[in-house]
Ligand binder design. Structure first.
Ligand code: HH2
Length: 284
């Protein structure tokens, strides 16, 4: 497992779990209902997340929620570019959540440090865009398209299938010239998976360690947490923090979350308690 991630202008230590704050420049995201759809609001939101301790932010301009409609590349670029341009002088890594090679190219030219592709760079030309650059890649598994992916997803062995898919895409990335120290993998919670599939993936998160790459986990506010707790999206903060913390305990190195402050606090407590237990310190 690498101890650092090469991420555009930055080298990020992976000694502790990193917190990636979600910034949606969309009118229709499942998690925030378009609260930051205007670029000025998205910029303010990103600055707030950095203030709360986010190590990086993930800027997305096309919702991937089940049933979401695709957005043309021009619209997606017009939403995301002003946000990158406004944030690039902040001195923190900027990830862009896109599956379109043309948006990847414009985002990288504007200053993005990471491309997070829920479509695992399967679009024609995607690897050509990122291959010769310095940006980090997040390669995520999903089954199907947002329009239909939750209809009736089936697997023979979800853990093996997700693992093998990610292994194949990592190999393809390496063939395209992407060094391993630029790659992050993500099992894609909620993307073409039932609650049972998500629970099984979580129970066996350790299996992805065999890929030898940092693991990104995004369960924040997702419907799997709604199914477990019975809470609406806006009331899933406690469930999201619990899920993020447990993912960190199970080896996740990047936690993609909406509620940055709460997650950062929970991780601080976890780190301090783990450290004191390791040293055998008695604290009364
Ligand atoms: N989840 C969402 C979007 N992008 N990227 C990765 N790598 N992993 C995830 O789990 C993931 C992701 C969905 O969350 P959100 O961005 O809040 O919603 P929407 O896609 O509706 O904008």
């Amino acid at each position: 497992m690498p101890d650092a991630l090469h991420c555009g202008r930055f080298t990020l230590s992976l000694q502790r779990p990193l917190v990636m704050g979600v910034v949606n420049v969309t009118p229709d995201s499942f998690s925030d209902g378009g609260l930051t759809a205007e670029s000025s609001r998205a910029i303010d939101h990103a600055l707030r997340l950095f203030g709360e301790g986010a190590d990086l932010v993930d800027i997305g301009a096309e919702s991937t929620r089940p049933g979401a409609r695709p957005v043309p590349a021009g619209v997606e670029a017009a939403r995301v570019l002003p946000v990158i341009e406004a944030l690039r002088s902040v001195g923190k890594p900027l990830s862009v959540d896109t599956a379109k090679p043309e948006v990847m190219r414009l985002a990288i030219d504007a200053g993005a440090d990471m491309i997070n592709d829920v479509n695992a760079f399967l679009a024609e030309g995607a690897f050509d865009v990122v291959g010769s650059t310095a940006v980090a890649l997040c390669i995520m598994h999903k089954k199907g398209d947002p329009a239909t992916m939750q209809a009736d997803p089936r697997y023979v062995d979800v853990v093996r299938e997700v693992h093998d898919f990610l292994a194949a895409r990592v190999l393809a990335a390496e063939h395209a010239g992407v060094a391993r120290n630029r790659i992050v993998v993500d099992p894609g919670f909620g993307f073409g998976k039932t609650l049972q599939h998500n629970l099984r993936l979580f129970a066996e998160l350790g299996a992805f360690g065999a890929l030898g790459l940092p693991l990104l986990v995004g369960m924040s506010r997702k419907s799997m947490l709604g199914a477990i707790t019975g809470r609406a999206v806006s009331e899933r903060i406690h469930a999201s923090v619990a899920a993020a913390l447990l993912a960190a305990c199970r080896g996740a190195r990047i936690l993609r979350v909406h509620d940055v402050r709460a997650t950062v606090d929970a991780l601080a407590v976890y780190t301090a308690l783990k450290e004191s237990a390791r040293q055998g310190v008695e604290d009364t």
